[in-house]
Write a protein that binds this ligand. Structure first.
Ligand code: HEM
Length: 431
């Protein structure tokens, strides 16, 4: 579908076949990101990876990400962080539910979980709890809100004054200054610590060490480092807690499926009471459930926008250079051409079909595909599986006031999140 957004021509892709053409056979022409004045101001002139235009800088930053920050070895090295923080969440929910006896805000607990994991992974310590005066979590919430705002000036330049007048530009300025001051403080702390100890594995330390590594093909400036760290938070935290949240909603709505996953979880635990990442390896039904959640509720329903880098002939049309491309992963995941009973939550469908979400099967592309596909998939998946398995292992879940799953609000808010917070009674099962 062709849409004209002010002066910007845009193409919305809503079928697996067309997505394959864009992200596989013609990927090299559609691998840039459109210029966005918000991203430009807020992510250090797009010196990150996610918003960087296609080209040598992006290529080198992608290498840094894939080889050094999100390699299998690095992701594995953060395993104890994921396991400890999931254990902390379980302990918090247990004490909250026994002290109040009422519902807990599970959505909020998941936000805290993902933020704590990413703070420890990025900086080696947590920031948000314990009353940090410059609360990073609040800054990031504002950051994401600003990033998701439609800036009319990008599409109709003569209306750029609207953002000045309605206070939007001032909000952006304040957020940029606050985040930058926070990152500068943390970087200085890390530089001081590195003088005493040179083997520290968090992402910021790795990036600081790479600044002096001549094999890295890009000058890693302070701004590049801060921009990459922001990418991790933006791309990683929101998406991961949105998926866990939707999974719990679907399981509460489908109690038989929840019981079947829990049986599998109980059967596969090897030692102790906490499920570990080793236990998860053999939980095939849980993996089908997560796939089904990603099919119905991709956290980025339109992925991240792409832009054509030159004129291309496709679908019998000449597509101009700088055309904006939205891939509607949400519609593709519900396309009756690809899926039987597409609106049904039915994880068993994956028992008989070899469709995966890693970017080879275009009917299921929550992580995108091709050159710009998500490099964080191997970080995200164990964390999602681990959190769901432990939530089911440790609690019975019920809606308050005898409500049934059918009454749950299934509407999406901005981005791929559920609109409402998940308030639910968590009854401890063990001990
Ligand atoms: C359920 C979790 C996640 C989902 C569904 C997801 C999805 C996506 C999608 C759809 C894209 C754009 C793909 C495209 O244009 O084809 C993307 C890009 C990206 N993701 Fe993820 N993501 C997730 C988790 C993560 C995590 C945990 C990280 C980092 C720790 C991460 C880092 C990135 C980065 C840096 C990019 C930009 C890549 C580029 O432009 O070259 N993501 N992700």
């Amino acid at each position: 579908m062709h849409v004209q957004l002010g002066r910007v021509p845009a193409l919305v892709i809503s079928s697996a076949k067309a997505a394959e053409k864009i992200m596989k056979s013609h990927d090299q022409y559609f691998s840039s990101r459109p210029e966005s004045s918000i991203a430009n101001r807020i992510v250090y002139g797009c010196k990150d990876l996610a918003f960087a235009p296609y080209g040598e800088y992006w290529r080198q930053m992608r290498k840094v990400c894939v080889l050094h920050l999100l390699s299998v070895k690095r992701v594995q090295s953060f395993r104890c962080v994921r396991e400890e923080e999931v254990a902390n969440m379980v302990a918090d929910l247990r004490s909250l539910s026994s002290s109040s006896g009422g519902p807990v805000n599970l959505s909020e607990a998941l936000v805290v979980l993902t933020n704590d994991v990413f703070c420890r992974v990025a900086f080696g310590r947590k920031f948000n709890r314990g009353g940090d005066p410059n609360c990073l979590q609040a800054m990031l919430v504002e950051f994401l809100d600003l990033l998701g705002t439609f800036d009319v000036g990008d599409f109709i330049p003569s209306l750029a004054w609207v953002s000045r007048l309605n206070g939007f530009n001032a909000r952006v300025r304040k957020n940029v200054e606050e985040l930058d001051a926070c990152f500068e403080r943390v970087i200085e702390e890390h530089i001081q610590c590195r003088r005493d100890c040179d083997d520290r594995g968090n992402i910021l330390d790795v990036l600081l060490a790479l600044q002096n590594d001549s094999s890295v093909g890009v000058a890693l400036s302070r701004d590049s480092i801060k921009a990459l760290i922001l990418d991790m938070f933006v791309a990683g935290t929101e998406s991961v807690h949105a998926v866990i949240d939707w999974a719990m909603v679907e399981l509460i709505k489908h109690p038989e499926t929840m019981m079947a996953v829990r049986d599998e979880v109980d059967r596969n635990i090897k030692t102790g009471e906490m499920i570990t990442e080793d236990d998860i390896g053999t939980m095939n039904y849980l993996k089908m459930v997560v796939k089904e959640v990603l099919r119905l509720h991709p956290p980025f329903p339109l992925l991240l926008p792409r832009e054509s880098i030159e004129e291309v002939e496709l679908f019998g049309h000449n597509l101009p250079s700088k055309m904006r491309i939205f891939i509607n992963a949400w519609a593709i995941g519900r396309d009756p051409e690809s899926w039987e009973d597409p609106e049904e939550f039915y994880p068993e469908r994956f028992a008989n079909i070899a469709v995966d979400f890693k970017g080879k099967d275009f009917e299921l592309i929550p992580f995108g595909a091709g050159r710009r596909s998500c490099p964080g998939i191997h970080f995200a998946m164990p964390m999602i599986d681990l959190a769901i398995a432990n939530l089911l292992r440790h609690f019975d879940w019920e809606l308050p006031e005898g409500r049934t799953g059918e009454e749950l609000d299934m509407n999406e808010g901005t981005s791929g999140h559920r609109k409402s917070r998940l308030l639910v009674i968590a009854k401890p099962r063990l001990g």
